[in-house]
Design a protein around this ligand. Structure first.
Ligand code: SF4
Length: 344
């Protein structure tokens, strides 16, 4: 069992988390991520031939895990739309860190396909799951997701995932002022005591298509204040370095919630996340404009060592801290990547 030598970037942040987007397709059109007016019937998605195969994803992940990665999150678009994703999960679940530990293998989904797949995903080796749900009220849910899926479908999926052992199930709610902010308390009431962890996400200026403006942001502090009017809360210590959500727990023991405050209290200083796009580009920030291709190396017979040194040089040169610099008009390399392409 060898000691883990973490790759560190220019801000001394270790490489620990890998987010793998396995598709840019989704069956929702959430207005803050994939607005239909941009991602309409004529939108051209990535051709299948350009997507990394499961073997290529596994190979890159193996090299990344030997370079310090301890947690892998599968994202999209909607990752459960990728055919036979259980096969990829089964491969990734065989990975061990240099210290011999299992990796924390998780997935973010909109929940529409999760119900019937939960047991198979668990069987394949998935550790836990995060489900997006922006409202309990059907009309507001439809407005946020721009879909005709019923809230019941997603709620059933959350429970089935819990029953299948994909625990704790985390439920992510993106809050937009004037659209679903009055669903904060109904959501808190619903998930209190359920064992599922509800997390509130500040509306972010991801990509360049969601028409973001600061007036529509409900800050983490405002969300906590709203919930505290009915349910007293106390803050909790972060469980690990680089934890994204700030944790709180109900004083009456009814469980915990989280707030993700990328806008009001950025956390770039602890950001240990690398992202891999569906067609094999490495991105160093959710708000990046430029990616670093690794597919050509994977398809041209490069050795694991060569891929590892490419990873080391890309991460080593990283200085990204978009959220800390938001509004500072920092120079960019062009339009920001879309969240529906790179995942949250
Ligand atoms: S803005 Fe970029 S650097 Fe900052 S926490 Fe998010 S992904 Fe990390």
């Amino acid at each position: 069992m060898s000691k883990v030598i973490y790759f560190r970037d220019q801000l001394k942040r270790p490489l620990r988390d890998l987010r793998i987007s396995v598709t840019d397709r989704c069956n929702f059109r959430c207005t803050y991520c994939m607005p239909r007016e941009i991602f309409g019937p004529d939108h051209v998605f990535l051709p299948r031939s350009s997507l990394l195969t499961f073997d290529e994803i596994f190979r890159f992940a193996k090299v990344a895990v030997s370079s310090g990665i301890e947690k892998i999150r599968l994202t999209g678009g909607e990752p459960l739309l990728r055919k036979d994703i259980e096969h990829l999960i089964a491969k990734l679940a065989t990975l061990r860190t240099p210290a011999g530990n299992k990796i924390d293998l998780t997935l973010t989904t909109n929940g529409t396909l999760l119900g019937k797949k939960a047991a198979a995903l668990k069987e394949a080796g998935l550790t836990r799951v995060t489900v997006s749900l922006d409202a309990l009220n059907q009309d507001i849910f439809a407005q946020m997701s721009d879909s005709r899926v019923s809230v019941e479908t997603v709620l059933d999926s959350i429970n089935q995932a819990g029953e299948a052992g994909l625990k704790p199930v985390k439920v992510n709610m993106v809050v937009r002022k004037g659209i679903n902010d009055h669903q904060i308390l109904p959501m808190a009431r619903h998930f209190r005591g359920s064992g599922h962890i509800l997390r509130f996400i500040e509306y972010m200026d991801v990509g360049d298509t969601n028409g973001w403006n600061m007036q529509e942001v409900v800050t983490g502090k405002e969300i906590i204040d709203i919930i505290s009017t009915e349910f007293p809360l106390k803050s909790r210590e972060a469980e690990h370095h680089g934890q994204v959500a700030k944790s709180w727990e109900y004083k009456d023991g009814a469980g915990e919630i989280g707030v993700i405050t990328s806008v009001s209290q950025p956390f770039c200083g602890d950001c240990t996340r690398l992202r891999l796009s569906p067609e094999g580009k490495m991105f160093l920030c959710l708000f990046a404009s430029k990616g670093f291709d690794i597919r050509a190396m994977l398809r041209s017979g490069a050795s694991d060592q060569e891929i590892q040194s490419r990873l080391a040089s890309v991460w080593g040169a990283r200085t990204d801290q978009y959220s800390e610099q938001r509004g500072a008009n920092m120079p960019t390399d062009g339009p920001k990547i879309e969240m529906s392409y790179i995942g949250g």
